[in-house]
Design a protein around this ligand. Structure first.
Ligand SMILES: [Zn+2]
Length: 412
């Protein structure tokens, strides 16, 4: 078995150990040591990383796992042999962040429990900077605020964090927040007189080291639980930094003081609503003018009137409104040409009383011009290169003419 130095001396970063066994695990060399400071992934907390070195050379510890025989270190680099002595160093920055996430969870879970004993912690995760606590009892947003304030208050009291081992027979003498999942010898962790829980992971040495603790959000999840997401210590500070930078640049962008940003955004939103209303009125007015112009210039081919209108890129709304308006005018084929950057988007629409199929005409057009599209009898769409603009109308007139003659021929 491996002696768990990460529990007995959790504040240390350096240790010495003897290699008990080497093996291959998942294609990687792996080592069992007689003792280790490397914490294995367990209880929702990621493993430590770092390196081992000795006369054999040096290897990086990339993964650490708990197995029945002890603690297994997956390594990359030079590999020692059984019996070798190795010196190990854990990545303290990574461990500190993990211990901050984990210790903050103890304090936060206890805070919820003290606000209401129904707020029991069911599960936890510290696998990323945004940690989670899943709670029973449906705490409200006011409970979140209270729990955050209580937790940070306990941090600033700088209570010592200690641990000790008791037998499961002695457990009844202790008032634990939740019953342990293991039996036999049980390791209890205490944060002053605030928190007492069974736990097998490394912690900070005082509550102050977990500060600040910031709840980021809460959401309802499966099983009627509420998931509280929080950040702790250095990671909460990094999050504050990032958000501060975002808000500061928004303040510059909106020419506003940070505290006046909500009012400024509200003002801009109502300004935008006003602008949209004005724009809508202008589009309607413009549609009216353009429509009358289009009707005046429509060409008569056989029994239909062909109305051709060109629209600039910013006039897409005018095109849509014109098409809507066309529905009220029987006997027309409407050709709307939207000029976009480097291409034309063309719509062919037939209004009530016209028998020609827009889809068929477009298929015939595309047999002559290089483009893509298609559609139904009442409406068809296609895209063409800008160079084809001048060819569309003459070709369409020829097609309509041929179409009309063939249908009058077939009906006679
Ligand atoms: Zn713990």
């Amino acid at each position: 078995m491996t002696k768990k130095l990460y529990l007995s001396t959790p504040q240390e970063t350096l240790f010495e150990a003897r290699v008990l066994e080497t093996r291959q695990t998942d294609g990687h060399p792996a080592l069992l040591l007689d003792q280790t400071l490397f914490y294995p992934t367990s209880g929702g907390q990621p493993h430590d990383t770092g390196f081992l070195e000795g006369h054999f050379g040096r290897c990086q510890v990339t993964d650490v796992r708990k197995i029945p025989e002890g603690i297994l270190h997956l390594v990359e680099g030079d590999i020692p042999v059984p019996g070798d002595t190795v010196k190990g160093r854990i990545d303290w920055d990574r461990r500190l962040r993990h211990a901050q996430r984990h210790t903050a969870q103890h304090l936060l879970s206890q805070a919820f429990f003290r606000i209401n004993p129904a707020f029991k912690t069911v599960s936890v995760s510290f696998m990323g900077p945004l940690c989670t606590v899943d709670l029973e009892g449906n705490p409200s947003s006011m409970d979140m605020k209270k729990a955050q304030a209580l937790t940070n208050g306990i941090c600033y009291k700088n209570l010592p964090i200690t641990d000790f081992v008791v037998s499961d027979r002695e457990l009844a003498d202790y008032s634990l927040r939740r019953a342990p999942k293991v039996s036999g010898s049980i390791r209890l962790v205490a944060a002053g007189d605030w928190e007492l829980a069974a736990c097998g992971a490394p912690h900070l040495s005082s509550t102050a080291q977990a500060a600040p603790v910031k709840i980021q959000k809460s959401e309802n999840i499966h099983g009627g639980l509420v998931r509280v997401s929080y950040q702790a210590g250095l990671e909460a500070l990094a999050d504050y930094d990032e958000k501060h930078d975002i808000v500061s640049s928004l303040a510059v962008e909106f020419s506003s003081r940070v505290e006046q940003l909500p009012l400024r955004v509200q003002g801009l939103r109502s300004e935008l609503t006003g602008e949209r209303e004005t724009n809508l009125k202008l589009v309607q007015e413009l549609t009216g003018y353009r429509f009358r112009e289009g009707v005046g210039e429509a060409l008569t081919v056989g029994s239909v009137r062909l109305m051709v209108m060109d629209f600039a890129e910013h006039e897409e709304d005018v095109l849509k409104k014109t098409m809507k308006r066309m529905e009220q005018h029987p006997g027309y084929l409407f050709l709307g040409i939207l000029h976009l950057t480097g291409k034309l988007e063309v719509t062919l629409l037939r209004t009530p009383g016209v028998e020609l199929s827009a889809g068929r005409l477009v298929r015939q057009l595309l047999a002559e011009l290089e483009g893509r599209g298609g559609g139904r009898d009442d409406m068809a769409r296609f895209a063409l290169g800008v160079d084809s603009r001048e060819s569309i109308v003459p070709l369409l007139l020829t097609l309509i003419d041929a179409y009309s003659s063939s249908s009058s021929g077939s009906s006679s």
